[in-house]
Structure formats: C-alpha cells, structure tokens
Design a protein around this ligand. Structure first.
Ligand SMILES: [Zn+2]
Length: 117
C-alpha cells in the first residue's frame, strides 16, 4: 500500500497514511464545505499522527460524534475522526497530503455529511 505524508501549513502537525487515495470525495456538511476542498476516508490502522498532538484543536458540532481536528498554530483543518457507515474512520484533508495533485481532481462524489451532523 502506498504511504503518503501529510501536514498542516506550518508543519507542526504531521501524519502518515497508508492508502491509494483513489476514492477522494467532498462532504456537504457545514464544516467541510468551509474547511476542505476534498478528503479521503482512511481506516483507523492506516493513519498515524507523527507530530503535533499538543497543537491540535478539536471541533464538534451537531450530534458531536465527529471530531474535526485542526492546527491551533496555522488554523488548517487536517483530519477528522468519525463513524461512517458503522465504522470508525479518519478522514484526511487531501490538501494536506504531500505530492497529491489536489487541483487535478474533478467531478468528485459528495458524501452526505449534512445528514449525519
Ligand atoms: Zn499548523
């Protein structure tokens, strides 16, 4: 499985994901619409926070079941942890992934996060 490194803008928060990142999507919830261009679901064991745990802020809203994590230094939304279709998952902000061509993505599927608030 390919490995990708990711980080917030200032570099305080760094993470690694093991994923092909071949199923990018968008989310229509009130948070992701504002924070992210596109994300990718990652299984719990395929995500590793490498640095910046103490720099992470957490935002919850609605049902408060999803934890949206952002860097408190630079403000970038880095990843979220939530239950999706019965499974605990991370969702990483694809804009934070090194070497991932975010701007080439078109016609992404939209997850109905707005119904899972
Ligand atoms: Zn940062």
């Amino acid at each position: 499985m390919p490995e990708y490194m990711g980080s917030c803008q200032c570099g305080a928060v760094q993470f690694r994901v093991s994923s092909r990142l071949d199923h990018p999507s968008r989310c229509n919830c009130s948070y992701c619409r504002r924070a992210w261009n596109a994300g990718h679901y990652v299984e719990m064991g395929d995500f590793e926070l490498i640095s910046g745990e103490s720099d992470l802020g957490e935002h919850r809203f609605g049902s408060r079941t999803a934890a949206h994590h952002f860097c408190q230094r630079c403000g970038i939304s880095v990843f979220s942890q939530l239950r999706w279709r019965g499974e605990e998952r991370y969702v990483v902000n694809l804009g934070c992934i090194e070497g991932f061509d975010l701007l080439s993505l078109t016609d992404l599927p939209v997850n109905d996060g707005a119904s899972y608030r």
